[in-house]
Design a protein around this ligand. Structure first.
Ligand code: SAM
Length: 321
């Protein structure tokens, strides 16, 4: 079991298998072209799997594949199958923009993927084009339909932003309600990579919009999930992720691994240690030691709520958001 210095048990590993993405979401990626981590610096699936085994042996029981866009990495189903075959009991999930999901959902399900969180910030093609800087909506919607058809458990992530998709809070809720899938609104997290003029919406603003149509019950937090849950009068549940309140830091159970092998204890901060050398050398004892060290250095809380806090330098496309 992995316990950090604030007595939190860490049992959730998020792996960003690539920082590359086929979208250029305004709130996530820099506007100007930038250079990707060269392919030769990225760990192979075999190497990543060596470290996943170390993590599972030390007590990790939930693994989420993310990115960048994970479906851009060839043979992703092969990696998922490696993890599933090693530990079929663990919660094996993925986060994706679903652009390439229609053609891969069945393969992913067959490989052992259980759940998928899909980002959908709008139901309007022109707004999707504006946010992602690409005409993406029809592929995304087809990907969601296919994920549901093959029996993956689906959740939707939406980042509400003023002047962009603030008129669609209820539309996305209704879209999810109709399909009996849960939506989680994620408060925009300020970071130096996003375009500067993004203004996010906070949970009070979201609740006031939803509260105009529905009566709401505050259900609080559920275990380690960062989502603050609410229930509508008809029983439908949705969540809001409120990093600016950092309430969820006290139960944070996650660590993050980048495709290049950096092991990161908190999404906000720059601290990280590389497991690459140990894994490439086949030094499993060293990899396990680094894992424990990173867990030990997990900070108590993020700083998105601090007015005078330095802006996070973390690129979400690199660390998996
Ligand atoms: N490409 C995949 C996707 O679109 O879901 C996975 C990676 S993406 C970085 C993971 C999540 O992070 C998405 O739901 C995205 O909306 C969210 N995200 C990215 N940048 C964010 C920001 N600045 N604030 C809040 N959420 C952000």
């Amino acid at each position: 079991m992995l316990i950090d210095s604030f007595e939190r048990s860490v049992d959730y590993l998020r792996i960003s298998v690539t920082e590359r993405c086929n979208f250029r979401c305004q709130y996530c990626m820099p506007e100007k072209p930038f250079s990707w981590v060269p392919r030769e610096n990225i760990l192979s699936f075999e190497e990543l799997f060596e470290f996943v085994k170390v993590c599972i042996d030390e007590g990790i029981n939930k693994v989420r594949i993310t990115g960048g866009e994970p479906l851009l990495r060839e043979d992703l189903d092969r990696f998922i199958k490696m993890i599933y075959d090693y530990a079929p009991q663990i919660d094996l999930a993925m986060t994706s923009n679903a652009f390439l999901l229609k053609q891969s959902a069945q393969k992913l399900k067959d490989a052992g993927l259980k759940r998928i969180n899909i980002s959908i910030d709008t139901l309007k093609p022109d707004v999707a084009l504006k946010i992602a800087q690409k005409d993406v909506l029809s592929n995304v919607l087809a990907g969601i339909d296919e994920a549901l058809r093959v029996g993956l458990k689906v959740k939707i992530n939406m980042v509400p932003m003023k002047g962009l998709n603030d008129g669609e809070i209820l539309d996305v809720l209704e879209y999810c309600k109709d399909r009996e899938i849960s939506v989680r609104y994620i408060e925009y997290m300020e970071n130096v990579h996003a375009m500067v003029d993004i203004k996010g919406m906070n949970s009070d603003e979201l609740l006031s919009i939803i509260g105009e149509k529905y009566s709401l019950e505050d259900e609080g937090f559920d275990g380690h999930s960062p989502s603050h849950y609410y229930k509508l009068e008809d029983g439908y549940e949705f969540g809001i992720i409120e990093p600016h309140k950092d309430d969820f830091c006290s139960t944070c159970n996650r660590i993050r691994l980048t495709a290049g092998g950096l092991l990161i204890p908190c999404l906000y901060f720059d601290e990280a240690i590389s497991i690459k050398e140990a894994i490439v050398a086949g030094d499993i004892a060293k990899a396990a030691q680094i894992l424990k060290e990173v867990v030990h250095t997990k900070p108590e809380k993020n700083r998105w709520g601090d007015e005078d806090g330095e802006l996070s330098k973390r690129a979400f496309y690199e660390t998996g958001g």
